[in-house]
Write a protein that binds this ligand. Sequence first.
Ligand code: CS2
Ligand code: MG
Length: 402
Amino acid sequence: MKITNAKVIVCSPGRNFVTLKIETDEGLTGIGDATLNGRELAVAAYLTEHVIPCLIGRDAHQIEDIWQYLYKGAYWRRGPVTMSAIAAVDTALWDIKGKQAGLPVHQLLGGRSRDGVTVYGHANGDDVDEVLGEVAKYVDLGYRAVRVQVAVPGIEHSYGVSADKLFYEPADAAGRTLATWSTERYLPFVPDVFARVRAEFGPHLKLLHDVHHRLTPIEAARLGKDLEPYRLTWLEDPVPADLQEGFRLIRQHTTTPLAVGEVFSSIWDCQQLIKEQLIDYIRTTVVHAGGITHLRRIFDLAALHHVRSGSHGATDLSPVAMAAALHVDLAIPNFGLQEYMRHTAETDAVFPHAYSYADGYLQPGEAPGLGVELDEKLAAEYPYKPASLPTNTLLDGTVHPW
Ligand code: CS2
Ligand code: MG
């Protein structure tokens, strides 16, 4: 089956998405997500200018060979732009293979290993009372796991706390907005939040918290210790992981489980974290870590070292990435949790999909391939809108040092 054409579709139904569509001489098509929040057009250009010309005429069935060709053939390896572009090709080829086989992608990955994909949502609030109400809404919807973020008193713009509920959109169309930060105000505040949430919801609800890479290892160790009585399922991105060995210091001090990886683009970004068992959940995604083929490789390494998956699933990952994630999540032995921030009605209309939510689980559905399509005509009604993520600064105006 030869690849005859491929094109990039950039659209903004609620937010920006970049989608690659691959066409074949047998009439089958496949799609892959290539969205990189705030840097969308870099990936679109990488695909259009450098990848698509190499794809035409290749055998769409050779997923692994095409992956190796794109990764090694460029000479310049890794990085979020490259790996998101490779991911889009890889995801689209799995979609085509599934459609040709007449099977959903999870069947090609070995079949279902569980009843459904347990998801978590984001409860945000300007204060603890508000967040208790938001957690209750998720519990009422059947969620078994909830991430809790509360605006830190004395900090004007807390990242990760949004007026949106069920969606989550940190990128700002106005351009260079700021988020502000004070470790001194944050560290004593968070344990009190979790004391209230745990007291209200009892011992069984899985609770998560995202630090968005703001602390040093010793500060993260203090936070992990202080949160131990509230038994979090994970503390996310406590520090940036450029320095993988930094996690050793956190690990020495706390039993609070650690999750990291939403910004990683390859197995090389997390191999030390995994092999030294410095983390408990690896949050790499289909779209930013080289597609289904490479994500599976990361999760297999993780399985050897008692690390579970916990893929990123914020609103800036398109329904194509979400569908692909669910097929992987359903099939792998070491699945942990899947983040699930919903999309706007406009996004869902542009990307009709077979996956569905019920009772705390997502199901990818049984449609052949990924089970998600792109309505190109409708997409054309939503042109790209420049938007970028906020820069985080300290209260004195310094760009956050980490
Ligand atoms: C966040 C993300 O979902 C999360 O865990 O850290 O929302 C992240 O900030 C955005 O996806 C950035 O694009
Ligand atoms: Mg996060």
